[in-house]
Design a protein around this ligand. Structure first.
Ligand code: SF4
Length: 395
């Protein structure tokens, strides 16, 4: 069993940081940065922070370096300060995703004693049963799978931790609950902690810009910090262009049809672009939707590459499978029932008012996102034809 000092070095987001490293945690950020960047740890710290940024921008799924020493604590705190002053959603999501995913993998390597301690430190009401409890039996094609665990978590803590993960299978009703506890495997608690850590990096910066500017000015007086900050912004500037188009929605002969996408699709793509989590239904829908448009496999995988739990192998398998099966994306009716229709929020005229069908001589409503694209493209081609005719008339 590791001692608490080691665990805090491994997981600096643990509340115990404040107790066991109170000298660091209680410092004013300016004093902290000044002290650390004028110490002999400065070079190592700069190198590690730069590596994390490079990893995050290079679409790597796991940090290439995650050392479990005291500098790891500084790295975590400095990252939070840098993201705070950068105040850039895309960067924050990228860093949050790669860092939290690494955390998840590290947690899964821990033994049960350490995990139990970590859960206690987070003040989670987690209980450990000496004898593993069977909490689920699954029978598929006469094969029986038995799920056992030694861990259970109070349903209130479970709800608190899973509130940002809206997948169906995480809902309380779809889990084994008995006498106020959810029976759960530690890797599933760790997945909830991954989200907890991810959100820690996404704290909104609501500070009035003059206050923020003053804070930055003071920070930039610390020369070594300024050098690091400039290096990070240089990386961002060089990647920005590629990066903002990670989700390349150009398809077929270089023709960009993203403008013809309906709100329900635009919303999911923009969430993915920012690196936000997508629920299972959103993932399936976007996968089937892009597949219906004959999007190339690598481009579909790329859409998912920014998600917090992205796993290239799994995604590639799922994309291939969907392509083979040729599933049809959800209709508007289904999307509405899943609360994924965003016609009102986007105030989209075509979705809200429908279109006139000359063939049937009636006003019709959009029934399917693919129909939306068809109509948009038809209207665009009409506009183009009209513009061409007008140009010819002028000649
Ligand atoms: S009406 Fe249909 S196409 Fe339009 S946003 Fe809603 S679900 Fe999407």
């Amino acid at each position: 069993m590791s001692d608490i000092y080691d665990l805090v070095k491994r997981y600096p987001w643990l509340p115990s940081l404040k107790i066991y490293y109170s000298d660091i945690a209680s410092k004013n950020p300016l004093d902290f940065i000044n002290e650390i960047f004028t110490s002999d740890k400065s070079e190592d710290l700069k190198r590690r922070v730069l590596t994390i940024f490079n990893d995050a921008f290079n679409n790597i799924e796991q940090l290439t370096e995650y050392e479990l020493d005291e500098i790891n604590i500084y790295v975590y705190l400095i990252l939070k300060i840098i993201l705070y002053i950068l105040n850039n959603k895309i960067i924050s999501n990228r860093i949050a995703n790669i860092y939290s995913k690494t955390t998840y993998n590290e947690l899964n390597k821990e033994n049960e004693y350490n995990l139990y301690f970590i859960y206690q430190d987070l003040d989670l009401e987690v209980r450990y049963e000496e004898q593993p409890i069977t909490y689920k039996k699954l029978v598929v094609k006469e094969q029986q799978e038995i799920f056992k665990t030694n861990f259970k978590i109070s349903y209130l803590d479970y709800l608190k931790l899973s509130s940002h993960l809206k997948d169906e299978y995480r809902k309380l009703v779809n889990n084994a609950v008995l006498q106020g506890y959810v029976y759960i495997k530690p890797e599933n608690i760790n997945r909830l902690l991954q989200e907890y850590v991810r959100i820690k990096f996404l704290t909104q910066n609501n500070e009035i810009s003059t206050e923020l500017d003053k804070f930055k000015e003071k920070l930039f007086e610390i020369q070594e910090f300024k050098i690091l900050f400039d290096a990070l912004t240089a990386i961002w500037e060089s990647k920005k262009e590629v990066f903002e188009y990670t989700i390349d929605i150009t398809f077929k002969e270089g023709k960009d049809i993203s403008e013809t996408f309906p709100p329900c699709v635009k919303e999911i793509l923009s969430k993915a672009e920012e690196g936000q989590n997508l629920i299972h239904t959103e993932r399936l829908f976007i996968l089937w939707f892009l597949n219906s448009l004959e999007y190339p496999e690598d481009k579909i995988i790329n859409v998912f590459s920014t998600l917090p739990d992205f796993d290239r192998e799994k995604t590639s398998y799922q994309v291939k499978y969907a392509m083979k099966k040729g599933y049809t994306p959800y209709s508007c009716k289904s999307l509405k029932s899943y609360n994924l229709c965003l016609a009102k929020e986007y105030n989209d005229e075509l979705c809200l008012e429908g279109y006139f069908s000359r063939l049937q001589d009636v006003q019709k409503y959009i029934s399917h996102p693919l129909k939306y694209i068809e109509i948009k493209q038809y209207r665009d081609s009409k506009k183009l034809k009209k513009a061409k005719n007008q140009a010819l008339d002028k000649e």
